[in-house]
Design a protein around this ligand. Structure first.
Ligand code: KG4
Ligand code: ZN
Length: 338
């Protein structure tokens, strides 16, 4: 029997119905990009209220698409960590309510583990044990993964996440929200060495990241120290492109370098990479190049499973196989970093 998975950690409301071979029978995603665009970032209260409006229609659509009745569902899975508190609450209360009403077991999913599991879904081989890199709007973390559910945190960002840095640079260049795809597009026409932006901690022997210095360097390249207002600035398109390309190159250098270092240290045959920033074309190319040079294998989440979705919630099957179910008093864990 298939499972129903629910995702509402940030600003996408998503549900999917999948069988035990992880085949997608039904899927629905309602994105909130248009709601948050004018704020230049996700506004937690706006996100929570939009989830509240959409969660049941999204679940209903996924189930109808699968052409099954609720009785035919094996379990209900929901991402309970990490994420925005108000957003998580909506998904978790919906899942718990359906679990009790339909008399189904409940499964709690770690959203970061699910981002990495998207790589397993795309691979014909078992990709574990491996090094896992999560690069999203909220997280930039490296893990040593011995199975889909056994992950040792090696390090992560001490300030901004990689995606957050993309979004902030996009705001500085008036490129809209979410900024990652816009910066990446503009970067294609820019000179990657026009600006020598910092690659914080790139050579340090640990797995932490820092992107706030890079963000400040970009800011100074645009306005100079002390100036606050970007909105009135008229920046030539070619300058925007050079800044985007040089910024993107700096982020990618750090991500690739730390990942290779983790692979070497832990002797893993595989690198897996998930999260919204993993959709970045240049990052994908550089990771493949590093893998070819160093002799490891890399599986990057397919583009449609990089940003938030409910299909990666297929990791719930791994928990079901371990009889690892959640109780009806399941709470959310918003601030989890690891
Ligand atoms: O995984 P995700 O959907 O949400 C979180 O769990 O945070 O990631 C969203 C992030 C945003 O910051 C967005 O700007 C970034 O992923 N992103 C990209 C690209 N596509 C999305 N960053 C760089 N290049 C891209 N092509
Ligand atoms: Zn995510």
């Amino acid at each position: 029997m298939p499972i129903l998975t629910i995702e509402s950690t940030c600003d996408e409301t998503a549900a999917a119905v999948m069988d035990d071979q992880c085949r997608v029978l039904g899927e629905c995603i309602a994105t909130q990009e248009a709601l948050h665009e004018r704020f230049g970032g996700v506004v937690p209260e706006v996100a929570a209220r939009a989830h509240l409006e959409r969660i049941l229609p999204v679940i209903d659509t996924a189930i109808r698409q699968a052409g099954i009745s609720p009785g035919a569902i094996e379990a209900i899975a929901v991402a309970d960590r990490p994420g925005l508190a108000g957003s998580l609450l909506v998904g978790v209360i919906a899942a718990k309510t359906l679990a009790i009403a339909w008399e189904k077991p409940l499964v709690a999913i770690n959203h970061l583990h699910a981002h990495l599991y998207a790589c397993q879904l795309a691979s014909d081989e078992v990709v574990y044990p491996c090094i896992g890199l999560v690069v999203s709007g909220g997280h930039t973390s490296l893990y040593h993964c011995t199975s889909p559910l056994d992950l040792e945190y090696l390090g992560g960002t001490i300030d901004d996440a990689a995606g957050e840095a993309f979004d902030k640079v996009a705001t500085m260049l008036s490129l809209g929200f979410p900024g990652g795809p816009a910066v990446a597009k503009l970067a294609e026409t820019g000179n990657r060495s026009a600006y020598r932006f910092p690659r914080s901690m790139i050579h340090e022997d640990h797995f932490n990241f820092s992107f706030s210095g890079l963000k400040t360097a970009v800011r100074y390249a645009i306005v100079g120290p002390g100036q606050q207002d970007f909105s009135a600035l008229k920046i030539a398109e070619s300058v925007k492109a050079d800044i985007s390309a040089s910024f993107e190159a700096a982020v990618i250098d750090v991500l690739v370098n730390k990942s290779r270092r983790a692979i070497a240290k832990y002797g893993c045959p595989y690198l897996i990479v998930g999260g919204g920033v993993a959709a970045n074309k240049h990052l994908r190319e550089k990771l493949l190049q590093a893998a070819a040079e160093d002799g490891f294998r890399v599986t990057i989440a397919p583009i449609n499973l990089c940003t938030d979705n409910a299909v990666m919630g297929a990791i719930a099957w791994e928990k079901i196989r371990r009889s690892d179910f959640a109780a009806l008093d399941l709470d959310i864990t918003p601030g989890l970093q690891r």
